[in-house]
Design a protein around this ligand. Structure first.
Ligand code: MG
Length: 250
């Protein structure tokens, strides 16, 4: 069931999103050669808790971290670890959610660690831009398929591929609500977008083909062909005046 939020609920979601965005920003500022992904996770958790919020991901389905931190060929759901030490040239996807006053915010960004290759940078640029293409398509009256189509078109025009096995989602009192928001689709198909809907659009883009596999830890999701992957996400609100990005840092 798709939940339409009241203006009061939207204000609360906006605050959860602001905290999520600040936590993501803090994570990005910590990305550098020599730091472990567990240290970044601790920075995220401490920031969120200091705001009186709780990390949405901590304990979600048994997830052990406050952030998902996914390096290079890891697409999503990387488990923070003191053994995972970042090195120059890595690309580091951080996915963070915060929960406060009954609502969640959710966002992700792939950060470069030091100097990265031109190929890696091009993947990051394309994935980030595809998110904004998806957001542009999120107009009231459009449908979910319009968002997915916009993302997919942008990505595939650059010879990358969009992951099929994981998708964006509604965000609100629950971290994952209806509707599902795939990063692929057919224009004019799917749930109609209405003012008051809040959704996370989150392209996961592989440099190789779109197949992924989940490792034995049941979380870490890697590209099947070992290629690099990137992930960018915003929580947005559908409004009569167009899509509004809620996950904006101070
Ligand atoms: Mg999400």
């Amino acid at each position: 069931m798709v939940v339409i939020k009241t203006s009061r609920e939207l204000a609360l979601i906006k605050e959860a999103c602001r905290i999520s965005a600040n936590a993501l920003k803090a994570a990005g500022e910590a990305v550098q050669p020599g730091i472990s992904t567990l240290e970044i996770d601790t920075i995220v958790r401490k920031y969120i808790e200091k705001q009186g919020a709780t990390p949405s991901f901590l304990g979600y389905g048994g997830f052990p971290g406050s952030a998902c931190i996914s390096v290079n060929n890891v697409v999503i759901h990387g488990i923070p670890s003191k053994k995972c030490i970042l090195k120059e040239g890595d690309i580091v996807s951080v996915d963070v959610g915060a929960f406060i006053d009954g609502f969640h915010g959710d966002n992700a960004y792939t950060f470069p660690c030091g100097k990265i290759s031109a190929q890696a940078q091009a993947l990051l640029d394309a994935t980030k831009e595809s998110l904004y293409e998806g957001i542009k398509a999120a107009q009231a009256g459009n449908r979910i398929g319009d968002i997915g189509h916009a993302v997919q078109q942008y990505v595939e025009d650059r010879s990358y591929s969009v992951v099929r096995d994981f998708v964006g989602h509604g965000v609100g009192a629950k971290l994952h609500e209806d509707p599902a928001v795939p990063n692929y689709g057919t224009p004019g198909r799917g749930v109609r977008l209405l003012p008051g809907m809040t959704i996370a659009i989150e392209p996961m883009v592989n440099a190789g083909d779109y197949n992924v596999k989940v490792l034995d830890d049941e979380w870490t999701t890697v590209t099947a062909d070992g290629s690099l992957a990137a992930h960018f996400e915003h929580t947005i609100a559908i409004t009569p005046d167009g899509p509004k990005i809620l996950t904006i840092a101070d």
